[in-house]
Write a protein that binds this ligand. Structure first.
Ligand code: HEC
Length: 99
């Protein structure tokens, strides 16, 4: 177990630093505080997840030690869903792929 954690830690250190920042919005502070301790917020940027998926991601991170209080849990999930939620369904009247 200790060995696996060391390997994960080394992998995280080897990841390039992300110069990206979280967009402004309600819950940004809580998300920054809870989600930037182990990896950069770059892992969040560009994601497209449903509320259910964010909820399970945040639960998973909390279970491995992310500092998210029960009171902040919904705030963080709501922020993530608002900023990095699912892509809108393509309009049925426009079959051309959007770029
Ligand atoms: C205690 C350290 C720690 C904290 C704090 C943490 N994470 Fe993670 N996170 C990890 C580790 C380790 C990995 C890589 C392991 C993996 O990919 O499952 C990871 C990977 C991820 C990934 C990419 C893998 C995936 O699930 O797609 C996402 C997204 C993510 N974290 C989101 C978050 C969010 C959101 C928060 C804040 C609620 C957070 N993390 C806080 C340790 C942490």
């Amino acid at each position: 177990m200790r060995k696996a954690l060391t390997i994960i830690a080394l992998l995280l250190i080897a990841l390039p630093a992300h110069a990206q920042d979280l967009p402004a919005g309600p819950g940004r502070e809580e998300t920054l505080k809870g989600c930037s301790g182990c990896h950069g917020v770059g892992v969040l940027i560009g994601e497209h997840r449903s509320e259910t998926l964010w909820s399970s991601t945040v639960s998973m991170m909390a279970s491995i030690g992310a500092p998210i209080s029960d009171a902040d849990f919904d705030t963080v999930v709501t922020y993530l869903t608002a900023q990095f939620g699912p892509r809108p369904a393509p309009a049925a009247t426009n079959p051309a792929p959007r770029r």
